[in-house]
Design a protein around this ligand. Sequence first.
Ligand code: AMP
Ligand code: MG
Length: 327
Amino acid sequence: MIEERSVTGAVPLETETLTPDVTGFARAADILGQGGLVAFPTETVYGLGADARNDMAVARIFEAKGRPRFNPLIVHVPDVEAAKRYVAWDDTADRIASAFWPGPLTLVLPLRPGAGLSPLVTADLPTLAIRIPAHPVARALLNAFDGPVAAPSANPSGRISPTEAAHVLAGLSNRIEAVVDGGTCDVGVESTILGLADTPRLLRPGGLPQEALEAALGTPLALYQVGDALTAPGQMTSHYAPGAPVRLNAIKVETTERLLGFGKVDGAALNLSPSGDLTEAAANLFHHLHKLDQEGDSPIAVSPVPERGLGRAINDRLRRAAAPRGT
Ligand code: AMP
Ligand code: MG
């Protein structure tokens, strides 16, 4: 059982070390199914996994890592059949996947609408980064869980990526439910990321060489340029803006405004977390912004959200939503 305490992170967890066998995989799958966090080895580095369909579980990844921003996460699946459930597939994706999956390659493809993933996974982008890892422990875990697993590297934000279970514990002990100890990762660098949502583009160099991709594609790859729209949600100031104007740190609400509340406030149209829980607020953020956007275009006032823990990532996103609109 995952107890209540693990969800708020208020009381330290005792992180379980699981063995890479049937018992360990079953336990890991059980924890993931209950919204818990499980670190596991891939051939690149140890990933910090959560059920990619569960908003609270994905919010907890950002909380455990102390990430100041909701940058998009890579979703791990066991096979191409599973990948096709979440992304629009085409001939190029098929060719590249047959050549390099399973392996240290992530593909960015159009997200299938209604695929059921948490919007926190994609940072609300219309594309999804997806990968089939080759590591036998990662594969066994994905098969045991039988669902999409969002997993960034299993280290606190700003620290070096872990290639051993001991590194994971050194950084995240008492912040995650479990780590599957599968020894040392071979590749030791992150996956190569190939954007296939439009012109093929190398979005991040990594474990699979660019030359191998170019040989398979039969053409040189365009490289990611700073300022390109696709990868850089964080660089586009008002990317997340709803149609209506957004006003932050609202204490008093005008009669023309709709309040997106946080904590105990009266008259909120929607509340990110009535109890003032930042993890719950993160889990609700994109859902509530979309709902308010769909329901009308009168101005949105947002209650103050404390600038600590996940509050920093929430405020980062809200500031973008409130930024003056470009064209
Ligand atoms: P990490 O999981 O921490 O190794 O990093 C994930 C990387 O994937 C980040 O550099 C993201 O910017 C990138 N990424 C994830 N999703 C997308 C996406 N939809 N489009 C472009 N890049 C993505
Ligand atoms: Mg990382």
